[in-house]
Design a protein around this ligand. Sequence first.
Ligand SMILES: NC(=O)c1ccc[n+]([C@@H]2O[C@H](COP(=O)([O-])OP(=O)(O)OC[C@H]3O[C@@H](n4cnc5c(N)ncnc54)[C@H](OP(=O)(O)O)[C@@H]3O)[C@@H](O)[C@H]2O)c1
Length: 392
Amino acid sequence: MQHPPPTSRAWTITGRGLPPSVLDLIERPTPTLPPHPLPSDVPQPEEWILIRIAYASLNPGAIFQMTLIPQRFRKAPFNVPEMDLSGTVVDVWHPDPTGPLKNETEGETPFGPGAPQRFNKGDGVCAMLPASHLLPTGTGALAEYAAIPARYAVPKPANVSFADSAALLAALTAHRMVVESGAKAGDSVLVIAASGGIGTMAVQMLRHVVGHLGRVVGVCSGKNSDMVKSLGADEIVDYTLHKSLPRFLARTYEKTPFNAVLDTLGFQDVYKASPAFLVEGGIYESVGIKPPTFWFPDFVRAVWTMKLNEWWPMSPWLGGVGRKWGACNMMSPSLAEREAVVGLMERGVIRVVRDSVWEFEQAREAYDKLAGRHAAGKVLVRVDPNVSEDAC
Ligand SMILES: NC(=O)c1ccc[n+]([C@@H]2O[C@H](COP(=O)([O-])OP(=O)(O)OC[C@H]3O[C@@H](n4cnc5c(N)ncnc54)[C@H](OP(=O)(O)O)[C@@H]3O)[C@@H](O)[C@H]2O)c1
């Protein structure tokens, strides 16, 4: 295995604005191990890995990171965007193996010095970096190399491509939403924005959970209807054909209401109308509220609406909607969740729908595609040109 070069390329955020105007491709010193200083999210010595990144996937959250945070608040010397990556381990650092274990929370994998080493040089891995690591350290996925705490990585299954295994965040979010919605065998569930990164994962996971006696209905535009059906949806609602989606849902599903709704984009008008098509006691599980633009005032309004949905009493007598709002928060998934989702990929229960694959130098164009809000599945970036789209 080749040694990492002293310098390598990374996309960095150079100001506040939309990706094409604030992203620069620069040459910077390649990260090295051991890490110094230790970051606030992982303050004790534990296993770290240096990864030669093969693929990264893009998420709308990175666009918010660029448009919302003023440059003076970015403390890291290089601020690389994106949380999702796959690649090959090129270096491992593990603290004294006789030291004490840390993070001994019941049911959680311990990570401290006494924990067994999980990775070796040459291993294929996939990782999702939480915002608590990415924001203060500036470590992101759109770079040729990244040094990360091993706790954020999972071995890449031999039968899953590097490209697909770089799409963990959408799969983790869908997984958490399905669990929090309480969906079970035989249930009827509505998925809104079923053709997006999270939606395509949610449809497949729900098909698996509700089984052949259950019903999965996906909302997407007509051009994506065959794709969403191929993932397991029984019916499609083409939202482009209806002047008001909430009114259409109320009319069509009043007599056969859903047991849960998974809203993977966040539509307040649909939530408010949900008592007409969601059973009493059913959960309206959402990723948040979709702001009309990526800019600050719209974002603040969306967060405020979301918080009101969470805090306001549910009772219609007190001005509530009458159905429980479930706010999915995928900021810090556990290792067990990561392993569960990668296991679903390995067993073929879920597959990644690729909207498009872009070369590393085309990251700005890839963000344009994502920002249009009509990507069908995941927007992927091939960081290492030597790793083909199907390479496992
Ligand atoms: N809460 C959390 O922890 C968390 C975690 C990750 C992401 N998120 C958020 O979740 C949201 C979705 O993420 P994503 O990666 O799935 O986004 P995405 O892939 O960009 O979603 C695009 C999809 O939205 C659909 N869409 C657009 N307008 C629609 C409409 N009016 N009705 C129905 N569908 C519509 C499009 O379908 P058509 O082309 O068919 O119209 C497209 O397939 C983002 O806002 C992201 O920030 C939250």
